[in-house]
Design a protein around this ligand. Structure first.
Ligand code: FES
Length: 282
């Protein structure tokens, strides 16, 4: 029997009088169809028959002139908190307002940037960073990173010292949304389980919630645990180090890369300087 997952429903929808179950079940096959429809739909619309690596070209490379990130809630317009904002520009205010409803001061959403799937996460770091570290007070953690063999490869700040734009911007991080296991698309609280609960535990381990969860084979990633990591291009075998978020558990070998961001007014934009970091699914 296929495994069932409980999709979360926007609390505002429930408060508005929606009836029935507080969740919607899909199985893994349905999710894969949804997930890959999301990616391949964007690819097809953007580039026709060109390969995945082509969409990693920066806007100046001819794909798009727009650095902005848009919400992506296709098929979940009535469920995700950002469903009504599908295909609209992401703003920092959207995340701040949603995080205010969270006991951990966090919020996240799926999006599309430059033709690739992303997850943007807001953490109330500025408020919590100087308070004692204990469960529930989410903040960014800057940590040592390891490769898939467990060998230490460096600290997040080894990279951020060279380019401070890699640090979270205005309490926000953007993460490339292709799993390092088999390239499915992890989500933010897309499903209901202990990994996606509105809870937080320090240390970048597998305890606590507020993880990015990959429904394909249950890999978990902690968007608050920022580290140096390494991966390789599947086609060429070329290896590279990158700033990313920590793999907390599951079959994924390493963490997911960050995409540095900047604010244009209130609108979240991605910076295209680190496209090599996103080539492991090529
Ligand atoms: S593709 Fe993400 S856990 Fe397998």
């Amino acid at each position: 029997m296929s495994r069932e997952y409980d999709l979360k429903v926007d609390p505002a929808t429930l408060a508005g009088g929606a009836s029935g179950s507080s969740s919607t079940s899909i199985n893994r096959r349905q999710f894969l169809k949804y997930g890959f429809n999301t990616a391949t739909g964007v690819l097809a619309a953007s580039l026709g028959v060109l390969g995945f690596s082509a969409i990693l070209l920066p806007p100046g490379g001819g794909v798009s002139g727009d650095l902005g990130v848009v919400f992506w809630a296709k098929g979940r317009e009535d469920e995700a908190w950002y469903g009504a904002k599908h295909e609209q520009p992401m703003t920092r205010t959207d995340f701040v307002n949603e995080a205010a409803k969270s006991s951990t001061g966090t919020s996240g959403a799926a999006g599309i940037w430059n033709g690739v799937p992303v997850v943007v996460t807001y953490v109330d770091h500025a408020k919590n960073k100087d308070t004692p570290v204990f469960n529930g007070k989410a903040r960014f953690q800057f940590m040592e990173g390891y490769d898939e063999t467990g060998k230490r490869i460096g600290h997040f700040e080894d990279l951020s010292d060279v380019d401070p734009r890699i640090f979270p911007s205005d309490n926000l991080v953007m993460i490339f949304g292709r799993c390092t296991h088999l390239c499915c698309i992890p989500g933010w609280q897309l499903v209901s389980n202990s990994y996606t609960d509105d809870s937080w535990t320090p240390g970048g381990g597998d305890g606590g919630g507020t993880k990015l969860f990959c429904i394909c084979h249950s890999s978990r990633f902690d968007p608050t645990a920022l580290e140096m990591n390494s991966n390789r291009n599947r086609s060429s075998g070329a290896t590279f180090s990158y700033a990313g978020i920590r793999r907390a558990g599951g079959p994924a070998p390493v963490g997911l890369p960050l995409i540095p961001i900047q604010l244009n007014g209130d609108v979240i934009e991605g910076i295209t300087d680190y496209i090599d970091w996103y080539t492991y699914c090529d």
